[in-house]
Write a protein that binds this ligand. Sequence first.
Ligand SMILES: C[S@@+](CC[C@H](N)C(=O)[O-])C[C@H]1O[C@@H](n2cnc3c(N)ncnc32)[C@H](O)[C@@H]1O
Length: 431
Amino acid sequence: MEATVRIEKVVFGGEGLGRLSDGKVLFVPYSLPGELVKVRVVKDLGDYAEAEIVDILEPSPDRRSPLCPYYGVCGGCQFQHATYQAQLSLKQAILFETFVRAGWKEDIPLEGVVPSPKEFFYRNRLRLHVEADAFKMGFVKRKSHEVLKIEKCFLAEEVLNKVLFDLYQSPSWIRLSAYSKRVKIESSPLEGKATLIFWTALKPGKEDLKELASLSSLKACFYWMKGRHPEGPFPEEASFGGRRLFKGLDHLVYYVQPGVFVQTNWEINLAIMDTIRSWRLDYETVLDLHCGMGNFILALISPETTKALGVDTDLRAIEDGLYTAEKNGIDGRLDLRQMSSTEALYQAIKQGERFDLVLVDPPRGGCKEILRFLPEVNQRYLVYVSCDAPTLVRDLKILRDLGYLLKKVYLFDMFPQTYHFEVLCLLERKG
Ligand SMILES: C[S@@+](CC[C@H](N)C(=O)[O-])C[C@H]1O[C@@H](n2cnc3c(N)ncnc32)[C@H](O)[C@@H]1O
């Protein structure tokens, strides 16, 4: 069935919303607010339907040509057809709508929408599916499980694309990829090189590893069969155990093992840290409940800090935080432990420990399960960093009911060309 619809808005997920003449909602990918589009309904799901654009009858002034030849097929990007300024406006509208839909009645103290300094080529890692039969590496196609072969990603830093190009030519990788399903290429910005880690069912031969490790843009390669650590680095003498190096605020250098989480867009990561510091919060004790490799907690330690505890379930991330602290000469005030945030809160409650500042930066699912324990441990400030607005707002409502006031909200565009964004919130306990 075909219809002509006016796009009202763009919703979480990046699709435009329009309505059929009977009021049924249609979701239209790659459309923009205000556009009049002729669409074909591709799936009727009862209350709503999914449609595809057949023709754009009245294009938005914000529309532009996408840069990437895979756009529209690849599942990675949703907003390349919009100017960058329009992408920021869409994200702000989506954030507000998320609050409204969740029934948030209070003020939304949005203090800033921070653009990414780089609109393209900002990602410091590429995670690719590997399909040996057709020798392809790539991303999953939109609304499919099929892998799309990618030869270049316009979001990834140049060095990552260079490694990808070299892998396609490498006889060793052609052999090794037969046993691999997944590969990560990750940059080490301070060295202008990248690391490679692949998951494999068969132990690779020495000669193949040697050839791979000699690719000019690679600092080191690793493979992971089983256990808590991958095998590597190859070559063995790769500096810092093959870790990736990132320059933080002040003179801090982070050292991160391949495969350990690093915020995707490093410049935006630094902007988040700068913003938290700019608030000049008055704290002596800090607890980071999802500290990863020490990203935020290391930036939050100041001469006034008397205690800093960071926890994370990822053992290798904790190893990196400790390694980074040692390399940077950070003294014994920093305590990093491999444990879950729930365990850390239980222990703090049992031991009567209190923290002026608590930071949470959970995975997409948010951290609903720990919120009710926070007031017992958290004296004053709560900083919430989120990459998923719906779970963030769900959690903010719980925190509001626990007596927290939402003081500041910032939208950081960590992921240009996609519908994703990062939100930074400052909350304070009442009274
Ligand atoms: C979005 S990442 C943020 C990491 C870190 N804050 C950073 O900026 O690099 C989320 C982190 O939460 C950790 N994590 C997931 N579930 C957890 C849990 N139940 N308790 C503690 N950490 C957890 C993951 O290992 C991951 O490092």
